[in-house]
Design a protein around this ligand. Structure first.
Ligand SMILES: [Fe+2]
Length: 582
């Protein structure tokens, strides 16, 4: 359930109004719930431990959601906790404290939405089990700046954290970074079974085998999977040290999800809407989101006069089913470009849905800050690649998925093709008069690389660009597992903004298909940057996050990479930087 629903139901057992220097810091709390039971003194059922750390979510300039989970010791259905929020780590100045029940209804998680806080201020918080005084670790969080209060805002942007695939070093690095807020763009968990996606030679050795040991379908499965992920010390540290702003992508439910189905859901797994409801209930138990309705997670955060961050749901609320090239091949084995084009360009195809698109238009229009930033899942820039190259990449992906590796012959033909196409493109950029019509056709016959991304919904992408016209638009994107930087341009080539796309925390990138040979990877990266007009930077093989530093005059973005995900480290190197001028 959404945080607000939880909050309506939570037990307000104690009201406090602590005065410091004559100032009332905590206003009287008003609870609408009727469950006001407190713990019976010495109740043996009121025992447990905090095994999943603490977390804070959705900061505004006066609110923050605090989270924890208590593990009940002896079959209790309800345990009363007390939280404290203070302006110092020693809890000398407590500004809010109250009791709240953790119950089996929400898997013993609690989310408390606290308001009336001071902007641009660091806070410390902890939970205790009221009867036993067993305490959680102390969490740190920070409210957002108001007006001109802060000269800069630093967001650590990440996505795609697959627990079985490797260590969460990237979370540890973000915990130790200078970021104000961690923005997670989805694939916080993955739904697969052992042996499926995510399983690799390190999984067992690192003790990261899937829990439960099956594809997650029902509510208990999703809860168990969240608990496995949140048992990770580096993820716990990231949550303990920084507030998170999150949106889900597909794997929080099932691969390549859309509004009423998913690639990785079949009828044998039951009704999709039931599975989705299970997935979203567990999501809201473990991730704090301040939304009025469980299924609507799109919302705006204002960081003073610097940026408005519009978090979107491109996945579950409005997305039409993805197109697939495979359905547009004719009997001769050729792509029926007319039929494909008609479906692809259909103005009714939607990724956001009309209600969210209308909301976004209003939010962009109302946004007064310098930067209008979209925090969302899938690549927004046009990734139109030569059709021959798309076919070759598809063949490699199919062979690796089917056999585990690519044959030397297929790989050699891919490399030859890459060289040929980049040579033609380079000659074209140099206005070589000897280029033939046939050669030009090879680089001008392009197709969108990923129909699951905005490239599969071009009409609605144009609509978003039109809504943002006159604003400084920047998209933050996840999903691909690779690092990218692109210009955003409309269909007629007019500049609409920039896209900063973050690599994954652990999930594999192009290297899973191309291998780890650095020369091959570098050639692929530069070839794509040359062949794709709007693409300026690609890292095809490293895990990391993006540290995006905003001020009213400019954005400085660093793509930071960890050296490994098989041994613990929190060190990173800066692989690339971009400066965007307002
Ligand atoms: Fe992913």
């Amino acid at each position: 359930m959404a945080t607000e629903n939880k909050i309506k139901r939570r037990a307000f057992l104690e009201k406090s109004a602590l005065g410091v220097g004559g100032l009332i810091l905590s206003t009287v709390l008003v609870g609408s719930c009727t469950d006001h039971r407190g713990p019976e003194p010495n109740d043996p059922n009121q025992q447990g431990s905090f095994d999943y750390g603490v977390a804070s979510f959705d900061p505004t300039d006066n609110q923050i959601i605090l989270w924890t989970r208590v593990t009940p010791a002896n079959g209790a259905s309800r345990i009363t906790l007390t939280y404290q929020l203070a302006t110092d780590a020693a809890f000398g100045t407590v500004v809010k404290t109250e009791m709240i029940d953790a119950s089996a209804d929400d898997d013993f998680t609690v989310s408390v939405d606290i308001s009336g806080l001071t902007s641009n201020t660091r806070y410390y918080y902890k939970f205790t089990i009221t009867n036993t005084a067993v305490a959680s670790v102390t969490g740190e969080t920070k409210t957002l700046p108001r007006g001109e209060e802060s000269g800069e805002v630093k967001l650590a942007v990440c996505s795609c954290s697959n627990y079985p695939y490797g260590l969460f070093n990237v979370y540890g690095a973000m915990a130790n970074s200078e970021a104000d807020v961690i923005v997670h763009l989805g694939d916080y968990i993955y739904e697969y079974a052992p042996g499926q996606y995510g399983t690799n030679p390190s999984t067992a050795a690192l003790g990261r085998a899937h829990q439960p040991a099956k594809e997650i379908i029902d509510l208990a499965d999703y809860r168990t999977r969240y608990k496995q992920y949140r048992s990770d010390p580096q993820l716990q540290l990231a949550h303990q040290k920084k507030p998170f702003i999150c949106v889900w992508d597909d794997h929080e439910v099932a691969n390549d999800a859309y509004k009423d189905g998913a690639q990785n859901h079949n009828p044998g797994e039951g009704d999709f809407s039931t599975r989705k409801a299970n997935a979203l209930k567990a999501y809201h138990e473990y991730i704090g989101i301040r939304t009025p309705v469980d299924t609507k997670i799109y919302r705006t955060f204002t960081f003073g006069s610097i940026l408005n961050l519009h978090m979107l749901d491109t996945r579950l609320i409005g997305r039409d089913k993805q197109l697939a090239y495979g359905t547009y091949f004719n009997n001769a084995g050729q792509l029926d470009t007319a039929a494909f084009g008609q479906a692809w360009l259909d103005p009714k195809r939607t990724l956001l849905g009309s209600e969210q698109l209308g909301w976004l238009g209003g939010a962009l229009n109302a946004g007064q800050a310098t930067w209008q930033v979209l925090g969302q899942q899938v690549l927004m820039g046009k990734m139109y690649v030569p059709a021959e190259l798309l076919v070759s990449i598809s063949q490699i992906v199919a062979q690796v998925d089917a056999q585990g590796s690519v044959s030397p012959a297929l790989f050699a033909s891919f490399q030859t093709l890459l060289v040929a196409l980049t040579q033609i493109k380079a000659r074209s950029l140099a206005n070589d008069p000897t280029l033939t019509v046939g050669e030009l056709a090879r680089i001008r016959t392009v197709l969108p690389y990923n129909l699951d991304a905005w490239d599969g919904y071009p009409a609605e992408r144009e609509a978003v660009y039109a809504l943002a016209k006159g604003k400084r638009l920047v998209a933050l994107s996840g999903d691909t597992h690779n690092g990218w930087f692109s210009d955003l341009t409309t269909s007629d080539g007019t500049r609409a903004g920039e896209e900063i796309a973050t690599p994954s925390v652990t999930s594999p990138g192009f290297e899973a298909y191309l291998g780890l040979n650095q020369a091959t990877l570098s050639a692929f990266e530069s070839a794509l940057a040359l062949l794709i007009d709007d693409l300026k930077y690609l890292d095809a093989s490293r895990r990391g996050y993006t540290l995006v530093n905003f001020s009213t005059g400019r954005i400085q973005s660093e793509w930071r990479y960890v050296p490994t995900i098989t041994t613990p480290t929190v060190s990173t190197t800066v692989g690339h930087t971009e400066t965007i001028i307002a």
